[in-house]
Design a protein around this ligand. Structure first.
Ligand code: EPU
Length: 433
């Protein structure tokens, strides 16, 4: 198994190009199931979770090719509507095929995802919403069996005021839940109104892609999304001459921002979207880091790190996917930081590994108290999930001596060439196979 070796203590300096967002590309790939015409996508990140989704779609009848960084995907006919446990246990986001399959094919058999390293992660809200739209759902032997001749929104002529339609209220903000139902509703009969919808930028990206295929979605990025069902969707390539370009990865962006901060470095990040980074920018500025935003650039200059408290929240709050990386930063701050994880029940797997590097972290329920130390010391450590693995790399960049990060298959699920990008800006980091 591969591992990453880092010799810490080198300040980073230079430019890094940010890639396409894994968490936007995953639902957009699933959405290609909604049409029989070809789609063209650009900036699809080359990470393992994306390869898994592409393989799953191929098992359902997709033809996928890649040329000059443009991914062409066509699903003329759905040849299988099953996502067995093999897929879902490899990647929970496989559940994103449920809504599109039901909407286009009228049937879906998808393994029920179990808990994972970061929490219980049920999908009850996806299933309740689909039932409300008329799907018959049976869960047995670990499989979700869903059928619907035609999914139904409420009856409402397009853009009727006051708006009428099938109200679907999410008790809790759910990102893939909102995406699944938004996709399902594009081909439903009538209008579906999602309330307390997730507002993450990835939802807007998915809506833009779907609207580009002929869907009628308004309000994505707000807590109310209205979807007027249409009878058929076209391929994205038919509508415009250019392929759909996936949004920049805001968690990759954030990870490199923290890399600059933790090493006292000076990094220019290109091809990112500073507008998506506001909560992190605010927090990092409070730690003393200097940040200048351009239209699609972020310039970060690291300084001595002040301790800050923060709580993870749905967008536009501070993202749970950046909690582990910020915790790594707090381990070398000059004070006491209180971190509250309010999205997932057990997303502190990295704390025990950071402690092995000399960090002082005390856990109590969903709170972590981090007492900054003068220096971390390199050690062999093990990644427990995707973002935990990047936090260990960040800690390794500043630790004295050598850090060996094991189980980096987690890292490869969501970061494209992270060690190459870091080594280009001065990190002493290498992968051993
Ligand atoms: N929840 C329920 N019932 C549901 C759905 C969610 O109780 O039916 C709960 C979850 O257990 C959790 C909270 O609601 O406590 C939020 O979960 P959400 O559904 O928003 O998470 P997700 O859609 O499964 C996506 C990202 C995660 C990211 C979370 C939160 C993708 C493919 N995954 O997961 O990304 O942490 O939103 O922002 O978009 C990662 O990239 O490392 C990652 C884990």
């Amino acid at each position: 198994m591969d591992k990453i070796i880092i010799s810490g203590g080198k300040p980073l300096s230079g430019e890094i190009e940010i890639g396409g967002a894994k968490n936007a590309a995953l639902p957009i790939l699933a959405a290609t199931l909604l049409s029989s015409e070809p789609h063209q996508l650009k900036r699809v990140p080359k990470v393992v979770d994306i390869f898994t989704m592409q393989k799953l779609l191929c098992a359902m009848g997709a033809q996928i090719s890649e040329q000059d960084d443009v991914c062409t995907i066509e699903i003329k006919q759905i040849t299988s509507c099953e996502a067995q446990y093999e897929w879902v246990k490899t990647m929970r986001a496989s559940v994103l095929v449920l809504g599109p399959l039901l909407a286009r094919y009228g049937e879906a058999h998808v393994s029920l995802p179990g808990g994972c390293a970061i929490g219980v992660r049920p999908i009850n809200l996806h299933l309740t919403a689909l039932s409300k739209m008329g799907a018959e759902i049976v869960v047995e032997h670990g499989m979700i069996h869903a059928k619907a001749k035609k999914l139904k929104g409420g009856t409402s002529p397009a853009r009727q005021r006051p708006l009428q339609g099938m109200p679907i209220h999410f008790e809790k903000s759910t990102v893939t839940g909102t995406e699944n139902i938004m996709m399902a509703a594009t081909l439903a009969e009538g209008t579906t109104i999602l309330t307390n919808a997730a507002q993450e930028p990835e939802i807007i990206d998915l809506a833009c892609f779907l609207n580009g295929c002929g869907a009628d979605i308004t309000g994505a990025g707000t807590e109310q999304i209205v979807i007027h069902g249409v009878s058929v969707l076209s391929g994205f390539s038919r509508r415009g001459c250019t392929p759909y370009c996936i949004m920049p990865d805001r968690i990759e962006t954030g990870t490199f921002m923290v890399a600059a901060a933790i090493t006292g470095g000076d990094l220019m990040l290109r091809d990112c979207n500073p507008g998506h980074m506001e909560s992190l920018i605010r927090l990092l500025k409070k730690t003393g880091v200097e940040i200048t935003s351009g239209k699609s650039t972020l310039h970060i200059r690291g300084k001595a790190i002040r301790a800050v408290d923060f709580t993870t929240m749905p967008y536009p709050g501070f993202p749970t996917d950046m909690q582990a990386q910020m915790m790594a930063l707090m381990t070398v701050s000059n004070g006491l930081s209180k971190i509250t994880e309010a999205i997932f029940e057990s997303r502190f797997g990295h704390a025990a590994e950071l402690r092995r590097m000399g960090a002082k972290i005390y856990l109590e329920g969903n709170h972590a108290i981090v007492e900054g130390v003068k220096a971390l010391s390199g050690a062999p450590v093990m990644a427990s999930d995707l973002r935990a693995s990047s936090s260990l790399i960040l800690a390794g960049l500043v630790a004295e001596g050598e850090t060996e990060v094991l189980r980096i298959y987690h890292l490869d699920r969501g970061y494209e060439k992270i060690e190459e990008k870091l080594s280009k800006v001065g990190a002493d980091i290498r992968r051993i196979q």
